[in-house]
Ligand binder design. Structure first.
Ligand code: ZN
Length: 299
């Protein structure tokens, strides 16, 4: 009996410190998971900052990470085409939280206006656009999904998760209100942006910005020469003022477009990943940095 008590006393500080092991598919959902989970979770991201989740190929080390986790947080909407096979390889028996489960999805962008644009490949990946995080109102839903999921996996922390999600959602609300006000001050015909892959439809829909991209919703789709030529004509016709490269994508195609359409490079947009760059080391910073970069060229 005494030995049992001694062992319990010895164990309890360790138990108190044991954090909920969480694996997140990529850096943006990992950041939201840390915001909501705080000190009670230990979050590991599979796809690192500045890396491209579309073309990610899990390595044996990733299988190991997931096998050791209790919770797997993914974006969903078909973004992580590799997640089912990874879960199987890891023998993952824990809880999967789909951050975007309650998001009203946008249909995948069609590139009808660029005749000859080869978008056949896109359709292999699903019918909806997965980049829902570019609208902070959707990230509010991500935070709720994580608070609910973490509370189920770790019931003692339920109130803690709810309170942290609430605080984070307040920040998202401020960010959204600031972006809406700042962008509404720009004349509609100047709210046009050219970037490399079609990652910003949710941002465009929320703040009425027209985004154009030579590549489809998936970065593994090739931009055809004919599609690029059509886009150059369109950029000239619509008087687009700036093109932006992305933190996780090759910028060569964008540089070519910039040269051939005679449009300056407005800078960098952070699309599908956080960055080692401190300007976008959290989702809140990423979003603010993207809006500021666009505002600077639209003025
Ligand atoms: Zn993408």
């Amino acid at each position: 009996m005494r030995r049992w008590i001694a062992a319990a006393l010895l164990m309890s500080p360790l138990l108190a410190q044991a954090k909920l092991p969480v694996v997140a598919s990529f850096s943006i959902v990992a950041d939201v998971a840390r915001e909501v989970g705080g000190d009670r979770v230990d979050v590991v991201s599979l796809v690192a900052p500045d890396q491209d989740a579309h073309v990610f190929q899990p390595a044996p080390a990733d299988v190991k990470k997931l096998a050791a986790a209790k919770v797997f947080v993914v974006n969903g909407l078909g973004f992580e085409g590799w997640m089912t096979r990874l879960s199987k390889s890891a023998g993952f028996k824990g809880m999967t939280i789909t951050a975007a489960a309650k998001v009203k999805p946008l249909a995948m962008a069609e590139h009808d206006e660029h005749e000859g644009h080869d978008h056949g490949h896109d359709h292999d990946h699903g019918k909806v656009d997965p980049h829902a995080w570019h609208n902070p109102q959707n990230v509010v839903l991500y935070a709720d999904a994580m608070a609910d999921g973490f509370a189920k996996a770790d019931p003692d922390g339920a109130a803690y998760y709810r309170q942290r999600a609430q605080a984070y959602k307040a920040k998202l609300g401020e960010l959204d209100a600031w972006a809406a006000k700042s962008l509404a001050a720009v004349p509609a015909d100047r709210r046009k942006v050219l970037t490399s892959h079609d990652a910003f439809a949710y941002l465009g829909a929320r703040y009425k910005i027209r985004f154009m991209a030579p590549q489809g919703v998936n970065t593994d789709a090739e931009a055809s020469a004919k599609g690029v030529a059509a886009l150059i004509r369109q950029v000239k016709k619509e008087k687009v003022t700036a093109v932006f490269f992305e933190n996780m994508a090759d910028r060569r195609l964008l540089d070519q477009l910039s040269r051939e359409a005679g449009v300056k490079v407005g800078g960098k947009l952070y699309s599908d990943a956080l960055s080692a760059d401190p300007a976008a080391s959290s989702y809140l910073q990423l979003f603010r940095s993207n809006v500021n970069a666009m505002l600077a060229t639209m003025k």
